[in-house]
Ligand binder design. Structure first.
Ligand SMILES: C[S@@+](CC[C@H](N)C(=O)[O-])C[C@H]1O[C@@H](n2cnc3c(N)ncnc32)[C@H](O)[C@@H]1O
Length: 375
């Protein structure tokens, strides 16, 4: 369970709560302050450290830069803590610590998940953190959590994390193991969102296999459902996904393919070759329409001259049609997805870069081919 200690809660903390909180942070504090465990004044010095900490927690109730403390409990005992402070309008994650008896059991990650969910509700889009350059464990944890290094100073590596991307990754990691079954179920029922999934898959395979060989970039490769048949036919596959759990499953199907664990919008800086096909199957809808259009533009230089981007997804020709679909599937409609709409692409300057072909496959799904226009 996670408790959030805001200023008002901190001003009312019981001594037991403060003692438990200090217990989590207490480990190796003597070492940090160069105090020998053989020091005859050890007890007094330890008490001094504790007093400092208790004074600090009390001061948070009034500190202007203090935002919130996040406290994870297990059987009513505090096991992991972290706080967010605000410096220069940046929300900085600090003091992430787990009780020494509870290490390596996933408590820190659970705490961070809950914290990020709460920050999302508060409308915070980016959080920052710092780790001492020499602290490998701390740097490893930042990277594992998905923090991206954006700089460094003399002592620290500076990290930042996109809140929305983190939550999306969590969602897909959780979905990975039963993703294929949920697609089959929805397709079988012929309903939103996956009605027509197999037909899209076969259309994509048919289009690509017109060529004997091709380099394919699968954006949002998921479990490899779309590109693994092509991999088995000898096509060269690179899969991109934000979720390592999805990539783990795709790797089982395509052990020699290349995988890139990245957010779509960060991929541009990593790609260094051109592709014959770039596929987004049920994946581009995770970006807003503006970001979809930017991404499709940014990928243009990574397409061979005769190359195409293929998008298969829940789709319609017009906004009105999409609105009607939303009405029909009102109870299960996902408001956070931006399904492709032909008119939106046609009205953008994508038409200067691509010849857009579209086929509506059924009331829910459609398939696009964006053929690169030669210079
Ligand atoms: C609905 S699944 C589709 C998977 C696969 N293309 C298929 O057709 O079965 C969407 C996939 O896109 C990935 N994804 C979603 N948003 C992403 C983003 N912004 N950057 C990278 N991958 C993303 C998810 O992790 C997930 O594996």
């Amino acid at each position: 369970m996670v408790e959030i200690w805001n200023k008002s809660k901190i001003s009312k903390l019981s001594l037991n709560e403060k003692n438990q909180w200090f217990e989590v942070l207490n480990d190796k504090l003597e070492e940090d302050r160069n105090i020998s465990l053989l020091d005859p004044l050890l007890k007094e010095k330890q008490q001094e450290i504790k007093n400092d900490y208790l004074t600090y927690i009390d001061s948070c109730a009034k500190a202007t830069n203090f935002y919130k403390y996040y406290i994870l409990t297990d059987n009513a005992k505090i096991v992991s803590v972290c706080r967010i402070n605000i410096y220069d309008n940046k929300f900085l994650l600090e003091g992430l610590q787990t009780h020494k008896n509870y290490l390596r059991r996933g408590f820190a990650t659970k705490l961070i998940n809950e914290m990020i969910n709460d920050l999302k509700i508060d409308g915070i889009t980016t959080i920052y953190s710092e780790a001492r350059k020499w602290n490998e464990a701390s740097n490893g944890l930042q990277r594992k959590l998905g923090f991206i290094q954006y700089g460094q100073d003399e002592v620290n590596i500076l990290y930042k994390l996109n809140v929305e991307a983190y939550l999306k990754k969590q969602l897909f990691d959780q979905w990975a193991s039963n993703y294929n079954q949920s697609v089959i179920k929805s397709e079988h029922q012929g309903t939103y969102p996956f009605a027509g999934y197999s037909e899209i898959k076969y259309q994509i395979i048919e289009l690509i296999t017109k060529r004997r060989s091709a380099k394919i970039l699968d954006m949002g490769v998921g479990t490899g459902e779309i590109t693994s048949p092509l991999y088995n036919l000898g096509y060269d596959i690179t899969g991109v996904d934000i979720s390592e759990k999805m990539i783990e499953l795709a790797k089982i199907e395509m052990p020699k393919a290349t995988f890139i664990k990245k957010e779509f919008t960060e991929i541009k800086s990593i790609l260094n070759s051109k592709f014959d096909f770039i596929i987004f199957n049920y994946s581009i809808h995770h970006l807003s329409y503006d970001r979809q259009i930017d991404l499709l533009k940014n990928l243009n230089p990574f397409l061979e001259d005769s190359g195409s981007i293929i998008i298969g997804d829940v789709s319609s020709m017009t906004q009105d049609e999409m609105d009607r679909l939303e009405q029909k599937y009102n109870l299960i409609w996902d408001d956070e997805e931006y399904y492709p709409i032909l008119k939106i692409y046609q009205k953008s300057n994508l038409i200067e870069l691509y010849e857009i072909r579209y086929m509506q496959l059924n009331e829910v799904a459609g398939i696009y081919q964006f053929r690169k226009i030669g210079n």
